[in-house]
Design a protein around this ligand. Structure first.
Ligand SMILES: Cc1cc2nc3c(=O)[nH]c(=O)nc-3n(C[C@H](O)[C@H](O)[C@H](O)COP(=O)(O)O)c2cc1C
Ligand code: SF4
Length: 473
């Protein structure tokens, strides 16, 4: 990644540029961040906790907002869950049985394990109070008094940072009992995850939070009726909660106006892969992909854009041509044949072999399957083994149909969506880049390599590294 004027090594161990490049468009969540100004006093100076104050104690002569008013604003904003499925947040909040007499829970999903995605950890590191404020507002709207933020098990700095921010918020009167003198109580805790991709699936996360093996539950019942410890629970992604303070301060209509109908506000995209400036970019929903690519510096020098996985590794790959005609929002990406998912935009240039890329993805899903359902447990292994033999020159022509058929047998037949996530990339790779699979089988070597129009050395070394990674993983 490229460097900025700041010495980022003070703030995170990688020293890599992530969100301090100043190339966001209309940023709401990353606005004004420099890596140092994450503390409570900085957040309050940026207008932080005004939304919570507006909800609990009133604002500009108006009285406190009722829970129904808060949910109505979130519905009007067309905020859609940023964790992957894009489910309307206001609608999800309205499913919580507010009058349930026992304990109810609010959970933030900061597991962020989808390959390519690295936006939530930046929010936790550099703007943690925005998540706390969003959660406190959500808790009030749903009549919840206890919440947890489940943070991915391998990002210790983000966990420690969030803990520090929690301490500040408690001391400042924004968490705990009688928040801002309103009589509202909300206890929020950080919880350490266990580093498995499947623990990001909401019901596996709940199992893990309860101290059990992180394996998904059958749905229904959904968490709104049977969640943490069997009690009504609402789960949202970190970025979803982080969007809430802006909506409450400025109104749902204003948030919607920034994006596109049915796709309100801004979205953070983790642009990774073959671009000049990988990093997190916050832009309005509906921004053309070509603009996002430009912000990320375009593809590597001397290379052409070949393909893009627009929503994390589970999303079907799209060709360059389709992407260049597409805008970055849930509906447009779905229309183009893929998913916005977690917002990780994996850019691939013309040095990338699609068979080798699929081999890496298939290995990941085989490795991460929790093993509960047969189609996923066995099917992900089948997919990997067939792609592996094609990649290594031992494929048969019927393997292409076999891949499609195994993927079909997984789709829709599993407890959770990891099965679909493993199957969809396979079908999309074959649909869009069939010629590369055929070439591998017929010629026992890569189309993107010696004898092709591309530079042999780059492609060969790429293939070598992909193979080593997949075999050694
Ligand atoms: C295998 C798998 C992994 C997931 N990982 C995450 C994750 O890391 N973070 C996340 O917010 N959602 C993840 N999800 C989606 C969650 O199950 C859930 O839909 C989401 O947290 C709801 O929040 P939202 O409505 O704000 O998007 C994952 C889903 C699946 C099937
Ligand atoms: S689909 Fe895969 S990851 Fe999900 S429950 Fe079944 S075996 Fe586990």
């Amino acid at each position: 990644m490229t460097t900025t004027m700041l010495d980022l090594s003070q703030f995170q161990s990688s020293g890599a540029e992530t969100c301090f490049h100043g190339r966001h468009l209309g940023a709401q969540i990353y606005d004004g961040l420099d890596g140092r100004n994450w503390r409570l006093a900085d957040y309050v100076a940026r207008g932080g906790y005004q939304a919570l104050r507006k909800v609990l104690t009133g604002h500009d002569g108006a009285g406190p907002m009722t829970p129904e008013q808060v949910i109505a604003e979130v519905k009007a904003s067309c905020l859609r869950g940023r964790g992957g499925a894009g489910f309307p947040t206001g609608l999800k909040w309205s499913f919580m049985p507010r009058q349930f007499p026992g304990q109810k829970y609010l959970v933030c999903n900061s597991d962020e394990g989808e390959p390519g995605t690295c936006k939530d950890r930046d929010i936790l590191m550099f703007n943690p109070h925005i998540v706390i404020e969003g959660m406190a507002i959500a808790a009030h709207a749903m009549g919840i008094s206890v919440g947890y933020n489940y943070i991915h098990g391998e990002i210790f700095e983000a966990y420690d940072r969030f803990e520090e921010a929690l301490e500040e918020a408690r001391a400042g009167g924004y968490l705990g009992n009688d928040i801002l003198g309103s009589g509202f109580n909300f206890q929020l805790h950080a919880a350490h995850g266990f580093g498995a991709y499947i623990c990001g699936e909401e019901t596996a996360l709940l199992e893990s939070l309860e101290g059990k093996k992180g394996q998904p539950r059958f749905k229904p019942p959904f968490p709104a009726s049977y969640g943490l410890y069997g009690k009504p629970t609402t789960i949202n992604n970190t970025e979803t909660f982080a969007a809430v303070p802006w909506i409450i301060r400025n109104g749902g209509e204003a948030y919607l106006a920034i994006g596109k109908p049915n796709n309100g506000g801004t979205k953070i995209f983790s642009v990774v892969g073959d671009v000049q400036r990988p990093g997190n970019y916050e832009i309005p929903m509906g921004t053309p992909f070509s603009k996002l690519l430009e912000l990320a510096g375009g593809v590597r020098a001397g290379r052409q854009l070949k393909a893009v996985i627009p929503g994390g590794s589970s999303a079907p790959v799209l060709t360059a041509q389709v992407m260049m005609d597409t805008t970055m929002d849930y509906d447009a990406i779905a229309k183009a044949g893929s998913m916005l998912g977690s917002g990780a935009v994996i850019v691939m240039d013309d040095s990338r072999c699609m068979v080798a890329s699929l081999l890496r993805l298939s290995y990941f899903y085989m490795h991460e399957s929790c093993g509960q359902c047969t189609p996923c447990r066995e099917g992900t292994g089948w997919l990997w083994r067939v792609v592996e033999r094609i990649e290594h020159g031992q494929g048969r022509m019927e393997d292409i149909e076999l891949l499609d058929s195994v993927a079909n047998d997984i789709l829709g037949r599993t407890i959770c969506a990891l099965g679909d996530a493993a199957a969809m990339p396979v079908r999309a790779m074959i649909k869009n880049f069939r010629d590369e699979f055929v070439h591998h089988i017929e010629h026992k070597r890569c189309l993107v390599g010696p004898g092709a129009a591309h530079a042999p050395s780059a492609a060969a070394s790429h293939r070598g590294s992909e193979q080593t990674e997949a075999q050694g993983a």
